[in-house]
Design a protein around this ligand. Structure first.
Ligand code: SF4
Length: 117
């Protein structure tokens, strides 16, 4: 089974993929593709490959996977909620005070390494 994936960094929102495969790709309000995460049905595989080939930024790809099949999502169906993040788990720990001072004293962007200190 194969799934479509888009590289959001490479994509430039040309929208060819949505024109070539409207059954599985929609465009958001900025013109970026929203991809159906369900496996590409066999009868759409050739259109999916054509959409991948037509992507001018090589941002669209087909990936093989062996996981359990997912039900197809139709346009407008909300995504399932993300699992809750425990309080404090998303916080980035601050570096120890000594490490911050060491970096600040040993580098200078304009002059390079600082001697001594
Ligand atoms: S064809 Fe490629 S660049 Fe254009 S919207 Fe689709 S993924 Fe993005």
């Amino acid at each position: 089974m194969e799934r479509l994936r888009v590289d959001p960094i490479a994509c430039d929102a040309f929208g060819y993929c949505a024109e070539l495969l409207p059954e599985m790709v929609w465009l958001d309000e900025w013109g970026y593709p929203v991809i159906d995460e369900a496996p590409v049905p066999p009868h759409l595989l050739e259109e999916a490959r054509a959409a991948v080939r037509a992507c001018p930024r090589k941002a669209l790809a087909l990936h093989r996977f062996d996981g359990p099949p997912r039900a197809p999502r139709s346009p407008g169906t909300p995504r399932p909620p993300r699992p809750a993040v425990p309080p404090g788990a998303a916080d980035t720990p601050s570096p120890p005070a000594g490490a911050v001072r060491l970096v600040a004293r040993t580098t200078d962007r304009r002059r390079g390494p600082v001697r001594g200190g």
